[in-house]
Write a protein that binds this ligand. Structure first.
Ligand code: 3PG
Length: 305
């Protein structure tokens, strides 16, 4: 039985070591494909794999066609928009994610990027503080909850909206639940995005919404670039010279944002949210254990297709 770890952006070595131990203790063999640059490398590596662990690596119909023995693919992380779920089902491949395992890492990065933003990207000019500011969290899942927990330590006022989470559950976490996304943007100084990329959310964060932020508002996106309507945000930021956009997922129009709004825009060169040893260990080991649990006991708890 072969378990392939295919990661264009590798896990920390300590996490790979842990995955290998779990896989070998179960009597399976580990194959490693890291930092690959061509899809053909993935197609070749997956040919004899029974299971596969990925991160943001794309698993489409072509990859599944090449994966003649594949029974399970686990996305070591939260968002599984990189897996063609219908194609996986058609190929009798179980797809899973590892929800929550990297949530703290992403949430810590949100706060780090916010400090960087309100201190004017450390350019020496007087900035502002987070204490007492209103932070709107869009979607109160694992990452949103961790952001709320940490932001409380900064003394921020926290609001949230989640179309799929009852207001009572948000309020139980000591966070003000608002009634809609529009209300969240109206009432917050900063909005942090934690929605998945789905047909429903794609381009849903547009100028109409972001334009509701008060003067000096900040939009921070550590979720997915697809959820932002980049063209309308570019236009809005030209009109509203007070707004900032901070992203851990480089927009398609990165060059245009950077050229036009050098002092109001920042994007990490590569998605860094989940890139900690702890998150890699948590998500990587969870993925390996879920594969073992699936083969040995038929456990499908985190199946998403
Ligand atoms: C996730 O969905 O879990 C995060 O976006 C992390 O993605 P990564 O594993 O590619 O860093």
């Amino acid at each position: 039985m072969k378990v392939l770890v295919a990661t264009e952006k590798p896990f920390a070595p300590v996490a790979v070591k842990g995955i290998k131990e779990v896989v070998e203790a179960a009597g399976y063999e580990l194959a490693l494909l890291e930092k690959y640059t061509e899809k053909s490398q993935l197609l070749a590596a997956v040919a004899d794999a029974d299971a596969m662990i990925i991160r943001s690596d794309k698993v489409d119909a072509e990859v599944l066609d090449a994966a003649k023995q594949l029974k399970i693919v686990v996305r070591a992380g939260a968002g599984y928009d990189n897996i063609d779920l219908a194609a996986a089902t058609a190929h009798n491949v179980v797809a899973m994610n590892t929800p929550g395992q990297n949530a703290n890492a992403v949430a810590e990065l949100v706060m780090g990027m916010l400090v960087y933003a309100v201190r004017n990207f450390y350019n020496g000019k007087a900035g502002t503080e987070l204490l007492g500011k209103k932070l709107g969290i869009l979607a109160f899942g694992n990452v949103g909850r961790n952001v709320a927990r940490i932001a409380k330590g900064f003394g921020m006022e926290i609001l949230a909206f989640d179309a799929y989470c009852p207001a009572e559950a948000i309020e139980a976490a000591g966070v003000k639940a608002v009634k809609s996304t529009a209300e969240l943007f109206e009432q917050s100084d900063i909005v942090s995005l934690h929605i998945p990329a789905t047909p429903e959310t794609t381009k849903s964060i547009n100028a109409d919404l972001v334009g509701k932020l008060p003067k000096g508002g900040i939009l921070i996106n550590t979720a997915r670039k697809e959820v932002v309507d980049e063209a309308s945000l570019l236009k809005l930021m030209e009109e509203r010279t007070d707004l900032k956009y901070i992203a851990d997922i480089k927009p398609d129009a990165d060059a245009e944002f950077a050229a036009k709004f050098a002092d109001r825009y920042f994007a990490t060169p590569k998605k860094m949210g989940a890139q900690t040893a702890e998150a890699n260990i948590n998500a990587g080991l969870a993925a390996a254990n879920q594969i073992v649990g699936f083969f040995k006991e038929g456990i499908t708890k985190f199946k998403v297709n």
